[in-house]
Design a binder for this molecule. Structure first.
Ligand SMILES: Nc1ncnc2c1ncn2[C@@H]1O[C@H](COP(=O)(O)OP(=O)(O)OP(=O)(O)O)[C@@H](O)[C@H]1O
Length: 511
């Protein structure tokens, strides 16, 4: 008897069964003879490293891709669909990692888009009825928002909630959530979890894809692990430890995701005094050579806004910046980079990557000058160094010449990291550096941070994942509504004086 049988004897109780699914993309075997079973009414975690094949299987299930081999059964019956609209009709909806809400539709219109069937024939003539039905649904979900508000005015967390309401109102019995918390802060995440529990109470089954282990242990009942396009195992979350789960994902024994070491902290490398700009006021702090300074706060609290202004993306209205004791002016990111400040931005897709360029071109872009020989680029050196950078972070790609577009989400993020790491800056600003990155790579990135710090780099880490800020920082500054609201030392974290709750309380404005 295999683990799958242990979990659930009666296959009638599986809401979804995928048997022997294979999928090729050119020479890449994205899925190889994969079995994947989900029991009815559970929150089932699907985990695996970047490129393990999770999204590919989900895209097959909602009809975006067609499998090369294998069969799918939904609610005990053979299931084939041609595209997401058919999947929704059959009872399966997917909430995507990057939401694409229709910006100029109202909340009500967005919920009922392409659902004229539920509203009578004349959808556009029936605005009143649309708003009334939407208001009813929003109330059911305790979601206090006006159905007439335009989608473009919603935060990401609110748009996500609309997507979930849309799914459930279409009578979805299975909802797939692909990294749903990757852009949410702790408060929004809690709200999402309450919604998930509510859906579960109403018999909805959820497939939950996430790289955040603590979430899986909080919200999921069962799990399946994929590795390199293959099914590795399944079981109950209550019967596995974090390290066992990670070991299954990475295929080797796993000890520690936060390998923070104490390194010698030197002189002040970087200092800001009284910085103000859009979304933050009067921010002053310093970071020393060798120090990792964590910045925590709710989404919109001003952390990322301050970093963007320091890096010259957005303007400062007042304040001073000092690098190694000397005042500097930064008008744009090019100037910041030339002075030795690098920033890995939260929004990698828009600011970090040229999707239709090769990995080599992407990695070497900010570092071309150092590889210039006369008017030409030293291509042999470029290729060697880019390959080394990609290997260090274990980027999974067909070759260094492959387009960034063909990589899985997490592997794309590793490429952005590689390119900045190669430029060896004095100050490295990392804004959500491991968002969407698998645990194995997360640990590697954390080790690299320690290595850079030990070489004297000053690192500023902005992260919404409290375990990450707490596990990696020498000091944490907490933002609340655009201002600093407290500081916590590593000592306080290690001796237990400061906990996640202490930090959260300060994020919400407490003392
Ligand atoms: N459209 C595509 N064209 C070519 N290769 C692809 C395509 N989509 C996925 N792949 C490849 O298939 C493999 C599986 O990718 P997939 O996106 O399913 O992984 P994943 O487990 O969802 O990863 P992540 O956690 O990073 O999102 C990867 O090697 C990826 O590069």
């Amino acid at each position: 008897m295999n683990e799958q049988d242990n979990l659930q004897h009666d296959s009638q109780e599986y809401i979804l069964e995928c048997r022997g699914i294979s999928k090729f993309f050119g020479g890449t075997h994205a899925l190889e003879d994969v079995d994947f079973h989900v029991s009815k009414g559970q929150v089932h975690a699907l985990v695996g490293e970047n490129g393990a094949g999770k999204s590919t299987l989900m895209k097959i299930i909602i009809g975006l891709y067609k499998q090369d081999k294998g069969e799918i059964f939904f609610e005990g019956k053979p299931y084939t669909v041609n595209g997401p609209a058919e999947a929704i009709k059959a009872g399966i909806s997917m909430i995507h990692q990057e939401l694409n809400p229709e910006p100029y539709l109202s909340v009500a219109e967005s919920i009922f888009l392409k659902r004229e069937d539920t509203l009578g024939k004349s959808f556009f003539l029936n605005k009143k009825e649309t708003n009334r039905k939407a208001a009813e649904l929003l109330k059911q979900f305790n979601f206090d928002i006006n159905p007439k508000v335009l989608m473009e005015e919603l935060t990401l967390a609110q748009s996500q909630m609309i997507e979930i309401i849309k799914a459930v109102s279409c009578n979805a019995r299975l909802v797939i959530m692909d990294e749903p918390t990757s852009s949410l802060d702790s408060e929004e995440t809690e709200r999402l979890f309450r919604t998930i529990r509510n859906l579960k109470d109403h018999g909805v089954t959820i497939i939950y894809i996430s790289h955040r282990m603590e979430e899986i242990f909080e919200i999921c009942d069962s799990y399946s692990v994929f590795r390199d396009g293959r099914f590795v195992g399944t079981g109950k979350v209550s019967e596995v430890t974090t390290n066992e789960l990670i070991s299954m994902m990475v295929g080797r024994k796993f000890d520690n995701i936060f390998p923070k070491e104490d390194v010698k902290i030197g002189d002040v490398a970087f200092r800001v005094e009284g910085l103000s700009g859009k979304g933050f006021q009067n921010i002053s702090f310093e970071v020393r050579h060798g120090e990792i300074l964590g910045l925590s706060g709710l989404v919109g609290s001003g952390r990322s806004e301050t970093m963007r202004a320091i890096f010259g993306i957005d303007p400062l209205t007042s304040g001073k910046i000092y690098l190694d004791g000397e005042e500097i002016k930064i008008k744009n990111p090019r100037e910041a980079i030339s002075k030795g400040i690098a920033m890995i931005n939260e929004d990698r897709k828009n600011y970090g990557l040229c999707l239709f360029r090769s990995l080599r071109e992407n990695i070497s872009l900010p570092n071309l000058e150092s590889r210039q020989r006369g008017l030409l680029i030293d291509q042999t050196r470029e290729k060697k160094e880019c390959t080394e950078a990609a290997l260090t972070l274990r980027v999974k790609a067909a070759s260094i010449e492959a387009d960034a577009f063909s990589l899985s989400g997490g592997n794309q993020q590793k490429i952005v990291l590689s390119k900045w790491i190669m430029s060896e800056p004095k100050v490295l600003i990392m804004d959500e550096p491991t968002r969407g990155i698998d645990v194995g790579a997360k640990a590697e990135i954390h080790s690299l941070m320690c290595r850079f710090a030990s070489e004297g780099m000053a690192i500023i880490l902005v992260s919404s994942e409290l375990p990450e800020v707490m596990g990696m920082s020498d000091r944490i500054l907490i933002y609340h509504e655009g201002k600093l609201n407290g500081e916590i030392s590593r000592k306080e974290i290690l001796d237990g004086t400061a906990t996640q709750e202490t930090i959260l309380a300060k994020e919400f404005g407490g003392k």
